[in-house]
Design a protein around this ligand. Structure first.
Ligand SMILES: [Zn+2]
Ligand SMILES: [Zn+2]
Length: 376
């Protein structure tokens, strides 16, 4: 894998460049390396793509912040650069403006280097692992390049030979009347080469099925449904070409104590009827980084007298760390007031007394209000 260039260098702007300057630099660089102006120039095409990738990140406040903080690595996770489709949609926007009227096609570029297919797999993390990040070894069951033949499929000491049927082009043409039909070569299946002596280990496929371990680093703040790319861990490329990538889709286990809402955690806490009436300090479940399951941390929450069931209290920075490193979300405590059940004789009597007292003081307040109104 080649090292990626710094996005600011690619556009030739300072790290502190304003959005408008980034846009201007992009126009200048994109025009310079545009394929229409440099037909058949592979280096220009590569530069053009790099310029677009850089602009896609630096023109987006969120992505730029992530990039400033973590560099290219930060963009490989969920908040990363979108697919190729995004790049093209982006370019079409800008270029519609720059080449008004003229058609803008993307065909005719250099031939894509063949590479192995991508692999997809699922990983399941606990809420804590997703919140604080974890390194996890995953097992990938997939073909790997055959070592015996270095992926060529040909027996040791031999090489795949140019297909005689298609002379290595991979396709054959047949004339039917005046029309020429081109089809993939049936003898080499379009590969352009044939293997006379197959490698025994892989029976000529160039790859063998194997379970292999890949260490995946899940960043803190990752959430269910997000996808991580692990470069170079996909299928081996045909005929020794580079491998594809591994995509790990994330699933997060439910946690009985919390519901996740982005970077916020919602938890329900029970408060006794007397604590709610008088006010109290209560302990609220919190998400701790340590993985001891028996001693879950709590945070103290002060609830005022007269707290109602359903009241919501927000504890800042006690939620989930944000993926881009900008602090943590909030812990949101939703209060549920528990009405006592199974009352003893004395408790029942006290509550009846309390009831009488509350009615009396409510009446008094009512009378006082009426009097105050009449005196006006
Ligand atoms: Zn052939
Ligand atoms: Zn082999």
């Amino acid at each position: 894998m080649s090292e990626k260039r710094d996005y600011y260098d690619v556009l030739g702007v300072d790290r502190g460049a304003a959005a408008d300057d980034v846009r201007k630099a992009y126009k200048r660089e994109a025009l310079k390396h545009h394929p229409d102006r440099n037909p058949g120039d592979a280096a220009a095409e590569a530069k053009f793509k790099a310029v677009n990738e850089a602009y896609q990140v630096l023109s987006d406040d969120e992505k730029r912040r992530v990039y400033d903080q973590f560099g290219h690595a930060g963009l490989e996770g969920g908040a990363g650069v979108g697919g190729v489709g995004d790049v093209f949609a982006h370019m079409q926007d800008l270029f519609a403006e720059m080449f008004s009227g003229g058609g803008f096609g993307f065909g005719g570029g250099g031939r894509r280097q063949a590479r192995g297919g991508d692999l997809r797999m699922q990983a399941r993390l606990s809420l804590r692992e997703a919140a604080f990040g974890v390194k996890r070894e995953v097992t990938v069951h997939a073909p790997v390049r055959c070592d015996d033949c270095s992926g060529t499929g040909a027996k040791a000491g031999t090489k795949p030979e140019t297909c005689g049927h298609c002379r290595g082009s991979g396709h054959v043409s047949n004339a039917r009347g005046f029309v020429m039909f081109t089809t993939p070569c049936p003898k080499c299946q379009g590969q352009g080469v044939v293997i006379k002596h197959h490698c025994k280990a892989c029976e000529g496929r160039g790859a063998v099925e194997k379970a292999r371990k890949v260490v995946v680093t899940f960043p803190a703040g990752i959430d269910a449904g997000q996808r991580l790319r692990v470069p170079g861990q996909g299928m081996p490329g045909p005929m020794g070409a580079p491998p594809g990538d591994l995509y790990v889709e994330l699933d997060v286990e439910e946690d009985k104590r919390f519901e996740r809402d982005g970077a916020d955690l919602v938890t329900r806490c029970h408060v006794s009827f007397t604590d709610a009436a008088l006010g109290a300090e209560i302990e609220v479940a919190a998400l701790g980084e340590a993985s001891t399951t028996d001693a879950e941390p709590t945070v103290t929450l002060k609830i005022p007298p007269g707290t109602q069931s359903g009241s919501v209290f927000t504890l800042k920075s006690q939620g989930i760390p944000r993926l881009d490193g900008r602090g943590r979300g909030s812990l949101i405590a939703v209060v549920q007031v528990d009405v006592p059940t199974a009352l003893g004789e004395r408790a029942k009597k006290l509550i009846q007394e309390l009831d009488e007292e509350l009615r009396r003081s409510a009446d008094e307040a009512e009378t006082a209000k009426a009097r105050a109104g009449g005196a006006k």
